[in-house]
Design a protein around this ligand. Structure first.
Ligand code: F6R
Length: 372
């Protein structure tokens, strides 16, 4: 659809049922994290939240200010917002946007530019006013970049600040293009892209040598000024860095960890991107989990792998040292499928060889037939 053309009304589609999420102990998580088994539910949930913010802010102050990201992760969210706009549910005429970043140098009409990405994947399909769209300019002469970055910060302040900031995460842990080394006080500026980031973009540019070495990006402090932040990640290639961002210490090595200092962040993940979170990978080391038969099986396979032993060779000490003694407890205490805390640990001090053998025998029968 051409820019500015009123959207073609399409019959409103049926509302989705509330998305299913994976709930369990969040002991280790330093950011509020939601895991969606269905990828499409993630995009719908984020879009729904953006719609709420747009409606709330336009009612309250006559405009809503969004911080937007490019890349593959938010495409489903843009599709959903377009769908809702075309269904007549959503008006963008009072929405102001600020994009996180742009490669430098980069002409806006290049197929690689984030300007082109945003217009083709989103803006062209909704009724946003061109003057309300802000994206760092990849054609600014180098000697004017500092001034242009300060003007970008000023434009955000003049709009009243960002109400809702959408973020993806790079494999280096970057948000925007805040690569390792970026600190919590950084503002919009020109940065050098990390080698890993350039390698990840190589396919789009038909070779790493064609990927720009620099970019203009909002800083960590610019991002943290937003009133609400959503960090999205999908795919198993993000699982390691997601776990670092959600469960790790705050560090300039991983810019996304600075989100832990913000009051209102939600991390939206599909299951592959959540795979390295403790609650998904080794939930049995958390308090208050439910011992289902499937979890027993997974935990024993994990223990065998970790100890480098066959399942039947695992000792009571192996179970105890990896917080898996509950598997050796009397079955009635374990209550498969129940909603109970894990039963008390069996003491490893009882490990004379006779007890060990008995424990092994119990483990063998219970682990292999965990129906008790
Ligand atoms: C894009 C941006 C980047 C991406 C990140 C993830 O505007 O700021 O931080 O969000 O590189 O990219 P995808 O979604 O392509 O994996």
């Amino acid at each position: 659809m051409a820019k500015g053309t009123p959207p073609t009304p399409t019959p409103p589609t049926a509302r989705r049922s509330p998305p299913t999420t994976i709930e369990s102990s969040r002991d280790r998580e330093r950011l509020r994290t939601v895991v969606f088994p269905e990828h499409s539910d993630l995009a719908a949930a984020v879009a729904e939240r953006i719609i709420e913010v747009i409606q709330r802010e336009t009612r309250a102050k006559g405009r809503a200010v969004l911080g937007l990201a490019t890349g593959s992760t938010p495409l489903g969210v843009y599709e959903e917002l377009i769908r809702r706009h075309q269904a007549g549910d959503l008006d963008f005429s009072h929405v102001i946007t600020f994009n996180l970043d742009e490669y430098y140098p980069m002409t806006p009409d290049s197929p690689h530019s984030y300007h082109r990405y945003m217009w083709e994947n989103f803006f062209e399909h909704v009724n946003i006013a061109k003057e309300n769209v802000h994206i760092p300019e990849g054609v600014t002469p180098r000697e004017r970049v500092t001034e242009a970055c300060a003007a970008y910060e000023q434009a955000i302040r003049a709009a009243g600040g960002i109400d809702f900031q959408l973020l993806g995460i790079g494999k280096t842990g970057h948000v925007g293009f805040n690569e390792p080394g970026s600190d919590a006080t950084s503002r919009t500026r020109i940065v050098t892209l990390d080698t890993l980031t350039r390698r990840d973009a190589a396919a789009d540019f038909f070779g790493v040598e064609n990927v720009p070495r620099e970019a203009i990006t909002m800083g960590v402090a610019t991002i943290l000024d937003a009133k609400e932040i959503a960090l999205l990640a999908t795919g198993e290639h993000k699982a390691g860095i997601v776990a670092r961002a959600v469960e790790g210490e705050i560090s300039t090595d991983v810019a996304a960890t600075f989100l832990q200092r913000h009051q209102s962040v939600t991390v939206y993940l599909d299951l592959p991107a959540a795979a390295e979170l403790t609650r998904i990978k080794t939930p049995w080391i958390l308090e208050g989990i439910e011992w289902t038969p499937a979890m027993v099986e997974r935990s024993v396979v994990w223990l065998a792998d970790k100890s480098g032993k066959a399942v039947l060779k695992l000792s009571a000490r192996d179970y105890a040292e990896h917080q898996l003694s509950p598997l050796l407890a009397p079955a009635r205490a374990r209550r498969f499928g129940g909603s109970h805390q894990r039963p008390g640990l069996q003491s490893a001090t009882r490990e004379d060889s006779g007890t060990r053998q008995a424990a092994r025998a119990r483990a063998r029968t219970r682990v292999l037939a965990p129906s008790g």
